[in-house]
Design a binder for this molecule. Structure first.
Ligand code: ARG
Length: 464
């Protein structure tokens, strides 16, 4: 037998007994939706002001409500607020405390609204703030990347495909690739924010209300562009949260790729970068170890964020209109994903700011592995008029020769070069160096230092 509670103050009129303790455990959301407190209070204050302006409440009652809600807010902020699971959620906790504080007027606050539009409004406001926080975090990270890119705009490193040396690129170019990716992430959050910035308040339970409310007034008081145009839609969709989670998942995916590169680059085998002590840990047994834990954790955190997206998509799938209690399960997913994303962004920004690139090591790595083979093939096409397929073949035979001699392409003698094609001249050596190679790739968006600088300057201006 589980304990029986007395009937609920909010709907006790129809109920003889209170909920089973297990019912309370599965039903109550206050343990997590207390995070919506400031949004809930702001929305209630806007609602009260609107009710007074439209003559639905007296000015005296509305003033008492608005003042009382500020007291509730300060109790919550100072930790003095007595949260109660019996009162289920943040909406009823706040209203009950307001009633204790100011009595009768508090009981008029719920006119022309419902918890369904209340929660939809509070949660939109919360997610809206998180879009702004993500934009802020992304911009900080992009600025850190720009510093790295500018300092190493002409530093040569191996570019990879299949994680095999492909062609030399510049460090600045590699950093700027992430700037572009994070810039698109940023614009996804900006877009999502614009779309979600419509106010559900006043949709009431699902059908709207018979009171002459002014939804435009409460919407604009809460910073929304306009009220949502359909009350059923307003209380029953969570696509704004899904858009936040999908933007977060894509961003976390980008972060995980960069994190993986940091793990590889900081290894003793690569030594392309040195991560700072502030973002590394040691081993309790192996004294030589510097573990890139922050990078590994960022690499992993995408699992939680994408997991939240899949969870909420699954929760929402197949729900009939309008509100269903299933939707209470939206919050923990979004709270966790948002916390995780903001932490990952901050950790990545710190790592990027502190990381010291090993330009000499990277240059050495770029010069081995026949990274300029494509430059040789292009030279044969340009200078000797060979078809590219034939040039590819000639170059391949020279790579093979160098491989058997355990040397690199520029180490082959002119005679050896000519054994593959008699037309090759001394001038070929000009294109076999890594600096020449990257400088030659000056097409728009290419790896040449001059192109990198163009993009660095562009983003420095845009992020000013
Ligand atoms: N705690 C609820 C939620 O998060 C608030 C809305 C409850 N509405 C209702 N009709 N029971 O979804």
């Amino acid at each position: 037998m589980t304990e029986q509670k007395s009937s609920n103050a909010m709907w006790g009129g129809r109920f003889a007994a209170g909920p089973d303790a297990i019912m309370e455990a599965i039903n109550a959301s206050i343990s997590f939706d207390k995070r919506l407190a400031s949004q809930d209070i702001a929305a209630s204050r806007a609602h009260a002001a609107m009710l007074a302006d439209t003559g639905i409440l007296t000015d005296t009652d509305a003033a008492a409500i608005r003042e009382g809600l500020l007291t509730v807010l300060s109790e919550i902020e100072t930790g003095a607020f007595p949260f109660s699971a019996a009162l289920e959620d943040i909406h009823m906790n706040v209203e009950a405390r307001l009633t204790e504080l100011i009595g009768e007027p508090a009981r008029r606050l719920h006119t022309g609204r419902s918890r369904n539009d209340q929660v939809a409004t509070d949660f939109r406001m919360w997610v809206r703030d998180q879009c702004d926080a993500a934009v802020f975090g992304l911009e900080a990270l992009m600025k850190a990347l720009l510093v790295q890119a500018e300092a190493g705009a002409d530093a040569v490193m191996p570019g990879f495909t299949h994680l095999q040396t492909a062609q030399p690129v510049t460090w600045g170019h590699h950093m700027m690739a992430y700037v572009e990716m994070f810039a698109r992430d940023r614009s996804r959050f900006v877009d999502a924010r614009t779309r979600m910035n419509e106010c559900p308040l006043g949709a009431a339970a699902l059908a709207g209300t018979s009171f002459p409310i002014d939804r435009y007034a409460s919407a604009s008081a809460l910073g929304f562009d306009r009220p949502m145009a359909n009350s059923l839609d307003a209380v029953s969709d969570r696509d704004f949260a899904l858009e936040f989670l999908s933007s977060a998942s894509i961003c976390a995916t980008h972060l995980s790729r960069f994190a993986e590169e940091m793990v590889i680059w900081s290894s003793a085998q690569f030594r392309f970068v040195r991560l700072s002590d502030r973002f590394s840990t040691g081993s309790s047994i192996m004294p030589q170890k510097r573990n890139p834990d922050a990078a590994e954790l960022i690499r992993a955190k995408v699992g939680r964020i994408t997991g939240s997206l899949v969870a909420l998509l699954t929760i929402m799938k197949g729900l009939p209109l309008a509100y269903s209690k299933d939707m209470q399960e939206d919050k923990e997913q979004v709270f966790d994903a948002a916390d995780t994303l903001m932490l990952s962004l901050a950790a990545m920004e710190g790592m990027v700011r502190d990381m010291v690139p090993g330009f000499e090591v990277m240059r050495g790595a770029a010069s081995s592995g026949f990274s300029t083979a494509t430059d040789l093939a292009d030279w044969l096409v340009r200078e000797l008029g060979l078809p590219f397929r034939e040039a590819h073949h000639v170059t391949g035979s020279l790579v093979k020769l160098a491989e058997t001699k355990a040397c690199d392409l520029p180490d082959l003698s002119l005679e050896e070069m000519q054994s593959a094609h008699s037309g090759i001249t001394e001038a070929v050596y000009d294109v076999l160096g890594v600096d020449k190679s990257v400088a030659s790739r000056a097409s728009y968006g290419g790896t040449a230092p001059e192109q990198v600088i163009v993009q660095v300057k562009r983003w420095q201006d845009l992020l000013k």
